[in-house]
Design a protein around this ligand. Structure first.
Ligand SMILES: *Cc1c(COP(=O)(O)O)cnc(C)c1O
Length: 447
């Protein structure tokens, strides 16, 4: 892979600050935003974007920022990746919409074929396309209920599955996602997760037994339609469960006729150094939900899984006006081509090595960095009061703010808000990564 395959030449891959952050134009736009946009829609960065590609985002004042967020794990192949621009351009001239449920088109079928090929397992599969991660998660639940005839859904501590009514119920964290927005959908039950940093290093199988006990005692396995889990939790804090945890849950689901749903909305599409995070433990889920990285920035989401389960929903039972929009499908096909041609899963693993090496070095000298974890280009540090596991959300906030002011886009996450997470676009250069890590190290030193 060369940068020419993934980034338009127009935008220099170099951090450049020409004003303070935010600059005057961004401040003006932010004032307009406060008057025009609902207060509930927050922003991480105080600057407004005009262009993005490779590893950088340019703002309205001409500042060029290093991107360690990818718009929350979406622009994995880079923003405006050349193949995506070309494919969408061709499609936008041909037609923008017919509705797949009215006059179908090949792109939708081709994306389904690619998903069936790329997701774990060689069994016969089907896919259905939607617009957002939350919508796809909801549809996975609909399909699992149709297949099993059972009502209950099991989710986990620290889970994030979206902001619609059902997915709010499935999401763990109250603030900001649920506060004041109830009542929530019924029959959503929460089980304990494997969280190696915080559960005393409980091994995966023991942690799975603990979760199964809760489900057996508080729900009843024969009432459970689906167990929905992120193979690595995203918003919850980039929590990688102990080895063996996911396989033990999957095995138990098989034995009990429960549909195992992997929510790979954040982890999917090369992000973790494999096409899907399930592959790291050889997991073959019954259903896999994908979105975010799937279409290079265009809104698309999917449920892919066993034909016998997917086909349980009656004709007309699934769909939506925009689901599998032709522009988004063209973008997804180009994104998949970009990942495969550029061997971007290798690139994600290289980013993992570079970032964990640097962050672990930082951790050795700074007892406030309690944990360095993640896979591929999905890496995080969990911040604590020195010598304890007490979450330090203030430190996460101040380091993030310092990074933002210096022109580095970073995000926080975690149930306690004390995790800094890094989700760089895969075409980002090593030089930009090192520079961003230098800036983070300086921010830690000053915070
Ligand atoms: C972002 C996310 C969702 C929700 O996706 P939207 O497109 O924002 O609706 C669901 N699950 C996981 C794991 C996510 O990271």
């Amino acid at each position: 892979m060369t940068l020419a395959d993934v980034a338009p030449a127009a935008l220099r891959q170099e951090r450049t600050l020409v004003t303070e952050i935010p600059g005057p134009r961004s401040r003006e736009l932010m004032a307009r935003k406060h008057h025009a946009v609902a207060a509930g829609v927050g922003t991480t960065m105080p600057v407004f974007a005009v262009r993005a590609s490779g590893g950088v985002v340019e703002d309205v004042d001409g500042n060029v920022l290093i991107d360690l967020g990818s718009g929350i794990a979406v622009t994995t192949v880079g923003s405006s990746a050349p193949r995506v621009v070309e494919a969408v351009g061709r499609q936008v001239e041909a037609f923008t919409h017919t509705c797949f449920m009215v006059t179908p088109y090949e792109g939708y079928v081709a994306v389904a074929e690619q998903l069936n090929r790329l997701t774990p397992g060689t069994h016969e599969k089907r896919s259905a396309l939607f617009n957002t991660g939350a919508e796809a998660v909801e549809n996975a639940v609909k399909i699992a209920r149709a297949h099993t005839g059972r009502p209950a859904v099991v989710v986990f501590d620290h889970a994030y599955h979206g902001r619609t009514n059902l997915t709010m119920a499935m999401t763990a964290k109250v603030r900001p996602y649920k506060h004041g927005f109830g009542p929530f959908a019924p029959e959503v039950h929460r089980a304990p997760l494997s969280y190696p940093f915080r559960d005393g290093g409980l091994d995966g199988e023991t942690a799975a037994r603990r979760a199964i006990e809760v489900i057996d005692e508080q729900v009843g396995a024969d009432r459970v339609a689906a167990l929905v889990i992120e193979p690595i939790q995203g918003e919850g804090g980039f929590i990688v469960p102990a080895p063996g945890f996911l396989p033990a849950l999957l095995e138990w689901c098989r034995a009990k006729g429960i549909v195992f749903v992997a929510d790979e909305v954040q982890t999917g599409f090369a992000r973790t150094g494999a096409m899907f995070a399930c592959e790291h433990e050889g997991l073959v889920p019954d259903l896999l939900v994908s979105a975010k990285g799937i279409a290079g920035g265009l809104p698309l989401a999917a449920v892919t899984g066993r034909a016998g389960i997917m086909d349980a929903a009656h004709p007309g039972g699934l769909g939506g006006t925009y689901g599998g929009n032709p522009l988004a499908c063209a973008a997804a096909l180009a994104t998949i081509e970009t990942i495969e041609a550029g061997r971007l899963t290798d690139r994600a693993r290289r980013i993992e090595t570079l970032m964990t090496e640097r962050l672990s070095r930082l951790q050795r000298d700074d007892p406030r960095i309690g944990d360095v974890r993640g896979r591929g280009a999905m890496i995080a540090v969990e911040l604590v009061q020195p010598g304890t596991r007490e979450p330090d959300a203030d430190l996460a906030r101040s380091v993030a703010a310092a990074a933002h002011a210096a022109g580095v886009i970073v995000l926080t996450c975690g149930t306690h808000g004390n995790v800094l997470r890094f989700l760089p676009p895969l075409p980002i250069s090593d030089a930009l990564l090192h520079e961003a890590l230098d800036i983070l190290a300086a921010a830690f030193a000053r915070s």
